[in-house]
Design a protein around this ligand. Structure first.
Ligand SMILES: [Zn+2]
Length: 253
């Protein structure tokens, strides 16, 4: 594995505009359930149906009771060694931005600055009519007080979590992610099986990619390095190799 880690370190140091793409696999070691993994939450068809626009608008009572409590599994977790290592790579100037499929906010908690959350977040909720933004807790409080769906104090519209549910459009961060990918010359993919569209199209926009993921991905053949191991093991090692590399100092001058 060490040789592959060294190859990724070299690619990061030599690249003009390296970016990262992360998925559920980077957060499993923080105790966040994997959307698509073996015991994944979304393997459960009830969960897929529950967290959809059909339920949000068609059966708000069910969405704001069961759906909202399902989202709680993504909250209150702590970043792990992989999140911290990625934040360190950004600090060293070796990652320009982190594009994530995760909604757990753990990259920011670990210190990453430039994070694009293409599937939304659990910090805020917003009005579907006037787009006023509230803390996530606004919908929790309204729902617990029996106000379902939660109503916007400004216009009376429905207030919903700012998470991309089944049937939703992507966030504005996705548009920015596409821009970043068109600028990038290297992408480090971590903990994503690259099977969820449209996020799965992003690696195809970048000339060089490397993958760190437990399972195989559709991009394994086109990647210049593939490491099938835990992100929490590989990324701290990558930081160690990068920090010892004499060419890093030259690059930073
Ligand atoms: Zn409103």
């Amino acid at each position: 594995m060490i040789q592959d880690v060294q190859k990724i370190a070299q690619a990061l140091i030599q690249s003009r505009y390296p970016v990262a793409l992360t998925g559920a696999g980077i957060s499993t070691e923080s105790g966040v359930p994997d959307f698509r993994g073996q015991a994944g939450l979304w393997q459960d068809e009830d969960a897929v149906e529950l967290l959809s626009l059909t339920t949000l608008y068609g059966d708000p009572q069910r969405f704001y009771s069961k759906g909202l409590s399902l989202l709680q599994v993504f909250r209150g977790k702590s970043p792990n060694a992989a999140h911290r290592a990625l934040a360190r790579l950004e600090e060293l100037g070796l990652i320009r931005c982190v594009i994530t499929q995760n909604i757990d906010g753990l990259h920011q908690a670990a210190g990453s600055q430039n994070v694009l959350e293409i599937h939304g977040n659990l910090r805020t909720s917003s009005c579907v009519i006037c787009h006023a933004v509230f803390p996530f807790e606004f919908v929790e409080k309204a729902a617990s007080e029996g106000q379902i769906p939660p109503k916007c104090p400004k216009c009376g519209g429905t207030v919903r979590p700012d998470v991309v549910f089944f049937g939703d459009d992507m966030t504005s961060d996705f548009g920015r992610a596409v821009e970043e990918c068109s600028r990038a010359d290297f992408m480090l993919i971590i903990g994503s099986s690259l099977q969820v569209a449209p996020a799965a199209y992003l690696p195809g926009m970048v000339p060089r990619i490397a993958i760190i993921n437990l399972d195989e991905t559709p991009y394994d053949e086109s990647a210049e390095v593939v490491i099938h191991a835990k992100a929490g093991t590989v990324l701290p090692e990558l930081v160690r190799v990068v920090e010892q590399d004499p060419s890093l100092k030259r690059r930073q001058r």
